[in-house]
Write a protein that binds this ligand. Structure first.
Ligand SMILES: NC(=O)c1ccc[n+]([C@@H]2O[C@H](COP(=O)([O-])OP(=O)(O)OC[C@H]3O[C@@H](n4cnc5c(N)ncnc54)[C@H](OP(=O)(O)O)[C@@H]3O)[C@@H](O)[C@H]2O)c1
Length: 165
């Protein structure tokens, strides 16, 4: 399965329950990649979405340990195993882990492709994705030309898990 994230130069992803920055072409890439597919997110990421609502036109899987949580338009799962079962009908390439930190950490062992928007700036942050440049199992396989949004420079990167021996 895939993960998709926007990271800064320290691989930070969020602060105080929110994204670090919102770049229109990043939002568009996220939409294009995930529409019609399954997305897996943590409860805190769900709460950060507009109105705390699931994403339209996607099968939303929300992780929570709260046995009473119900979310209209989403399947709530209480464990990684339950979430893996809930996406069992999807091809692995059609499943996207969309954050945040706790959820990326839990699903990274199951991911083999990572779509990363890499923003060349260091933000104040409190949540991070594992730095895939330092993970021996992962390699950068594609990077776009450098793009700009006002004074920010960023690229779209794709990392893949190296062949398991
Ligand atoms: N830059 C990006 O691409 C990106 C993408 C997504 C999110 N973010 C940011 O990331 C931050 C949120 O990350 P986070 O780590 O605090 O939260 P998170 O992963 O979104 O959600 C954590 C919550 O998910 C549930 N959960 C996590 N693992 C679980 C498991 N194994 N079993 C059952 N439930 C589980 C728990 O919910 P309960 O508390 O209900 O039990 C937990 O409190 C925000 O700032 C957000 O904006 C950034």
């Amino acid at each position: 399965m895939n993960l998709i994230a926007a990271v800064d130069k320290n691989w930070a992803i969020g602060k105080a329950g929110r994204l670090l920055v919102s770049i229109p072409s990043d939002r568009e890439t996220f939409r294009r990649e995930t529409v019609g597919k399954a997305v897996i997110m943590g409860h805190k990421t769900l709460m950060s979405l507009p109105g705390g609502q699931p994403l339209a036109k996607r099968t939303n899987i929300v992780l929570s340990r709260d046995p009473d949580l119900r979310v209209k338009g989403a399947v709530v799962c209480r464990s990684v195993e339950e979430a893996l079962g809930a996406v069992g009908g999807f091809a692995p390439g059609d499943i996207f882990v969309i954050g945040g930190q706790e959820t990326y950490d839990a699903f990274l062992p199951y991911c083999d492709t990572a779509f990363i928007t890499y923003i060349d700036y260091a933000y104040q942050a409190d949540t991070y994705l594992r730095n895939l440049d330092r993970e021996p199992d992962w390699t950068l396989c594609e990077e776009s030309d450098e793009l700009t949004y006002f004074n920010l420079c960023y690229t779209f990167r794709r990392y893949v898990r190296k062949e398991r021996r």
